[in-house]
Design a protein around this ligand. Sequence first.
Ligand SMILES: CC(C)(COP(=O)(O)OP(=O)(O)OC[C@H]1O[C@@H](n2cnc3c(N)ncnc32)[C@H](O)[C@@H]1OP(=O)(O)O)[C@@H](O)C(=O)NCCC(=O)NCCS
Length: 186
Amino acid sequence: MIKEPEYRSVDFSRTTITELMIPSYANFGGKIHGGIILSLMDKVAYACSARHAGGYCVTASINATDFLAPVNVGDLVSLHASVNHVGKSSMVIGIRVESINVTTNEKIHTNTSYFTMIAMTEDRKPRVVPGLILENRKDVRRFLEAIRRKELIKQYKSEFSETLSDEEIQGNLHRLEEERCMVIDF
Ligand SMILES: CC(C)(COP(=O)(O)OP(=O)(O)OC[C@H]1O[C@@H](n2cnc3c(N)ncnc32)[C@H](O)[C@@H]1OP(=O)(O)O)[C@@H](O)C(=O)NCCC(=O)NCCS
């Protein structure tokens, strides 16, 4: 059996996917569907994580995908992915998306997102991934930022109850007074 390396550098798995935005990717407004970009992000996150892990991975969660600018038909979209953080079986993949106007070469940063990917064994159980070698200030900053995001997500999940009880709704009804809605019945 081949022994897995214990640590891998960020550069080892750094991955870029570039794709031309063809007319069939457009939405009804003539811009590129957000879903097309999300699908490309999932692909680059998979490739980057599978390279770091040396095997099959699945997407566990996606954090923060703000679309900052629309992407046009005819643009080239480049997605740059790198491992920002590793846990035991999880890897946070940071993805920066840029659109490039091929006629003017103008580049626009359209979104940044963080995908948590889990390395899996053949019988679909999480498996330990190599650690991450942090070679410079940027690698260290991204690792620390990922830890902070994880802590905030954990805190949010523990404080945010998905279903409000009738009592909680009653206690919060006054908040709707300044919202653009009409309560007909409750
Ligand atoms: C993601 C998945 C493997 C986690 O399985 P699990 O039994 O909860 O595994 P564990 O509790 O042992 O956690 C394994 C790791 O996943 C992480 N994890 C689990 N759920 C997570 C979530 N929602 N977000 C981020 N990380 C998560 C854990 O923190 C842990 O990380 P660590 O090993 O670095 O400490 C499982 O939920 C799964 O298979 N989900 C479906 C994935 C899939 O099909 N994706 C495609 C989407 S269409």
